[in-house]
Structure formats: structure tokens, C-alpha cells
Design a protein around this ligand. Sequence first.
Ligand SMILES: Nc1ncnc2c1ncn2[C@@H]1O[C@H](COP(=O)(O)OP(=O)(O)OP(=O)(O)O)[C@@H](O)[C@H]1O
Length: 261
Amino acid sequence: MIEFKQVQKQYPNGLLALKNINLQIKQGEYVAIIGLSGAGKSTLLRCINRMHDITAGSLTVDNVEISTLKGNGIRQLRRNIGMIFQSFNLVTRISVINNVLVSFVPQMPLWRKILGIFTEQEKKQALMALDKVGILDKAYIRVDQLSGGQQQRVALARTLAQDPQIILADEPVASLDPLTANQVMEDFKRINQELSMTVIMNIHHVELALDYATRVIGIHDGEIVYDGRSKDITDEILEQIYQGSIDKGGNTADVSEAVTN
Ligand SMILES: Nc1ncnc2c1ncn2[C@@H]1O[C@H](COP(=O)(O)OP(=O)(O)OP(=O)(O)O)[C@@H](O)[C@H]1O
């Protein structure tokens, strides 16, 4: 379980990005975090894997106060928490399988790192991860020959290969067309249901969030203004989260931007 207690995050320039966040996320939940650009979504997500450090309060993952972790402890935390980015973060000039194998590098002995040698077991795990996201047939193709949706699946496979309990996804479908975005959201849902991995996703597209996530957390100006089931969301609640920036189709100004990019 992930638990925030009175968490605050203040950046060195004085900006208070998270204010008094109280939150519990149980293992196996599929949570969408929504809110305007600058509301604090990325900051909240990145505090969970220590990409950012909180400045007050308590943040525990499986009862471990993560702000006390150092070196090895942080590496272990991150092995347990996969991260997916909007930009995929892949090495596009190498093969799909080599991108997935990268997930084993942090745990490898130095000599294997230097020589780039992977065990048969690691290769098998990488192929299994590609199979889980339906792109096993692309294993030996260069990443730059794949579509955006396929590249996001490679990123997901790379995360799955490390067998995390939690997946943090920061705008994973923002640069994809609507059809592909739906397919990738479906992948996350299947992984959440079949492997019981917790999925916490920042997403600008409200309709996708409501269609796929079971719980929605709405953030406005660093504060949680809604935390509940996605099926209970009403126009009034969306209005509270987006405060005048949402049109009748459920799109925010940010969404139109993301879709046209
Ligand atoms: N490194 C930083 N230093 C100072 N301020 C920052 C830093 N990173 C983010 N901020 C500020 O913190 C606030 C929250 O930013 P954050 O990126 O968490 O918002 P967001 O909801 O994820 O936005 P978006 O949807 O545009 O990604 C914003 O006002 C932002 O400008």
C-alpha cells in the first residue's frame, strides 16, 4: 500500500506544488490522476519513486518511510516501481528486445554490464514481457521502425520485465492518436487485472481516465479536490477539478493540445 500523510512538496524556488496530501492506494488499484496543467500531478507521481523528495509529512510504500531510504534502498524501491513516460524513453536505434533487456542492467554484475551479456533467463523474461503486450513478433526489429503505440508497448514491456508491484505512468498516451491511445489504455487495464499490479496514471484525457481507471484523484493547485470511484464523477466534480477550463465534451484545453501534438 502507498500512503501519503499530510505530504507537502515545496520546490527550491519556494513554489508549493503539493499541499497537505492525504491518500491511501491499495495494491492492485487502477488510479487516474487528473487536473489542469501545473496542478501537481507529475510532482505527486514522482514523489512515489523518489524522483522528487517530499518536504513535509510522511510517504510510505508497504509501510516503509521512503524519505529515509538511501542508495541501495532507493534502487530496491525503484525495482519495485516501474515508470512509464509520455516520450517512451527508448533507445530507438537498437532492437526492441535490447530495449527490454535494459531493465536488467541495474542488477547486473559490472563485468556483464561492460560486455553487455544477458543470461538465457533474462532473454526469456524479456520475450515473455513482449508477449504480454502483444508484440513478441517485433522482438528483433529496431524500435525506430515501430509506430508510436508499439513503442509505448515496448516501454511497458521493459517495465513488466522488472516485475514491479506498482507502475507509475506519466501521460503515457498523450502523444498517441485516439485509437492507439485506447489500445494502450487497454494494455494497462489487462496488466492491472491479470497481474494485480497497481497502476497510477497521470492523464489529461478525462474520457479515457473515466473509461479505464476505477478510481480518480482530481488535483487542483496542489490539493486533492476529488478522490473516489470514476463512475461517480459528475460534471460538477469535473468543474471543481478543472475550474472553468473544461468543455461539454469532457475535453480540457490541455487535451486538445495533446491530441493535436
Ligand atoms: N523542478 C521544479 N522547480 C520549480 N517548480 C516546479 C518544478 N517542477 C514543477 N514545478 C511547478 O510545480 C507545479 C506543479 O507541476 P507539475 O509538473 O507537478 O504539474 P502537472 O499537473 O503534472 O502539469 P502537467 O500536466 O503540465 O504536466 C507547477 O506550478 C510547476 O511549474
